[in-house]
Design a protein around this ligand. Structure first.
Ligand SMILES: NC(=O)c1ccc[n+]([C@@H]2O[C@H](COP(=O)([O-])OP(=O)(O)OC[C@H]3O[C@@H](n4cnc5c(N)ncnc54)[C@H](O)[C@@H]3O)[C@@H](O)[C@H]2O)c1
Length: 315
C-alpha cells in the first residue's frame, strides 16, 4: 500500500514512515522543512526513514496546491495521512493567522488535491485540544462542542469540519484521529518533556504550570499503531488515540526525580490556552479498530530519557 504522509519529516510522520516501511508499505513524504523544528532535527529524522528503506520525499509545502496535486497524480497513493501542520498551543496565541493559514487553508488544499486525484482514504491528525476544558472525565468523541481554548484548538476544530464536508462531497473514506499528548524518542523539542530534559541536562530548574494538572500522555509507538489500524479499517469515523489513563503532574515529577535526582522545580500559574487535564476515552478505537495502547508511562518515559541521553545534541 502506498501512503502519502504530509509532515513526514516531523515527529509523528517520521515514526509512521519507518513503521510503514517495516510493514512492507510504501511511504511518500511531503514536508517543507520549515523553521518550526530545527533543520538538523528534521534531517536526522528523514535519515532514519531512508536508513529503514526506500521512501519518496518531496521538499514542498502543502500550501502549494498545484505541486501537491502533481505529487498525488504521479505517486497515486491509496491513502493520505495529513499530519503536517503547526502544532503547539502556546505559540498559536501569538500568531493565530499562521495557524489558520497552515492548519485550515493547508488542510483544505490537501483535501481538495485528494479529491481531485481520487485518493480513496484520508486520515487527518486532530487533537485532544478540540475538547476544550472538561476536566476530570474521560473524553469521548461526541463531547467536542467547539468551545475551545486556543487558536491551535480552533484550527483543528475548523479543519475537522472541512474533513466532514469533503467526505460528504466526494465520498472518500475519512478518519479523524484525535491524538492525546504524544511523547517518545524524537519528541518535538517545544513539548514539555523535551524542554524538561534539555534543562535537566544543563542543571537548570524546570517550570511546572498550574496545580493538580493531568495529561493523557500517549507513547509514540501506540499512536503509530493506531494510525496503522486506521489505514486498514474500512469505515469513516472519528477516534480518540490516547493511552486511556491520565498521568498527574506529581507522577511525572516522580519519574523525573527517578532519572534526575537533583531536579529543581519552579511552580507557576496555569497558562492561558492550556487545559487543566485530558483523559481519553479510547473505547471506540478499541472496539472498532482493535486499538490497544500498550506502553506504560514509566516505560515510555524511560525510553524517552534513554533516547535523549544518546542524542543530547538534538534534544
Ligand atoms: N505531538 C502531539 O502531541 C500532537 C498531539 C495532537 C495532535 N498532533 C498533531 O499531529 C500532527 C503531527 O504532529 P508532530 O508532533 O509530529 O509535529 P511536528 O511539528 O513534528 O510535525 C509537523 C510537520 O509538518 C511540517 N509542516 C508544517 N507546515 C507545513 C507545510 N505548509 N507544508 C509541508 N510541511 C509542513 C513541519 O515541517 C513538520 O515537520 C500535527 O498536525 C499536530 O497538530 C500532535
Amino acid at each position: 500500500m502506498k501512503v502519502l504522509i504530509t509532515g513526514g519529516a516531523g515527529f509523528i510522520g517520521s515514526h509512521l514512515a519507518i513503521r510503514l516501511l517495516k510493514e512492507g508499505m510504501h511511504p511518500v513524504l511531503i514536508d517543507h522543512l520549515s523553521e518550526e523544528l530545527p533543520h538538523a532535527r528534521k534531517e536526522y529524522q528523514l535519515k532514519q526513514v531512508f536508513k529503514t528503506g526506500p521512501a519518496a520525499y518531496y521538499n514542498c509545502s502543502f500550501l502549494e496546491r498545484e505541486k501537491v496535486s502533481a505529487i498525488m497524480e504521479k505517486e497515486k497513493p491509496h491513502a493520505v495521512v495529513h499530519l503536517g501542520g503547526l502544532a503547539g498551543v502556546i505559540p498559536s496565541l501569538k500568531d493565530p493567522s499562521a495557524y489558520i493559514k497552515t492548519n485550515i487553508d493547508g488542510t483544505n488544499n490537501v483535501l481538495a488535491c485528494a479529491a481531485e486525484q481520487n485518493v480513496k482514504h484520508v486520515i487527518f491528525a486532530s487533537s485532544s485540544s478540540v475538547y476544550g476544558e472538561q476536566a476530570g472525565v474521560p473524553l469521548s468523541e461526541d463531547m467536542a462542542t467547539g468551545r475551545v481554548l486556543s487558536p491551535y484548538a480552533a484550527s483543528k476544530a475548523g479543519a475537522e469540519a472541512l474533513c466532514h464536508s469533503y467526505r460528504h462531497m466526494y465520498g472518500f473514506q475519512m478518519n479523524i484521529l484525535r491524538f492525546f499528548t504524544v511523547y517518545g524518542p524524537w519528541g518535538r523539542p517545544d513539548m514539555a518533556f523535551a524542554t524538561f530534559i534539555r534543562k535537566l541536562f544543563h542543571n537548570e530548574p524546570i517550570t511546572i504550570y498550574g496545580q493538580g494538572t493531568g495529561r493523557d500522555y500517549t507513547y509514540i509507538d501506540d499512536i503509530v499503531s493506531g494510525i496503522l489500524l486506521t489505514l486498514k479499517s474500512k469505515e469513516s469515523d472519528v477516534y480518540n488515540l490516547g493511552s486511556g489513563r491520565p498521568v498527574l503532574m506529581s507522577e511525572v515529577v516522580d519519574e523525573i526525580k527517578h532519572h534526575f535526582p537533583n531536579v529543581k522545580l519552579l511552580q507557576k500559574e496555569a497558562r492561558i490556552g492550556d487545559v487543566t487535564s485530558t483523559w481519553a476515552d479510547v473505547s471506540k478505537a478499541r472496539v472498532k479498530l482493535g486499538y490497544d495502547p500498550a506502553v506504560s508511562f514509566k516505560k515510555g518515559f524511560e525510553e524517552t530519557v534513554a533516547w535523549a541521553k544518546e542524542h543530547s545534541d538534538l534534544i
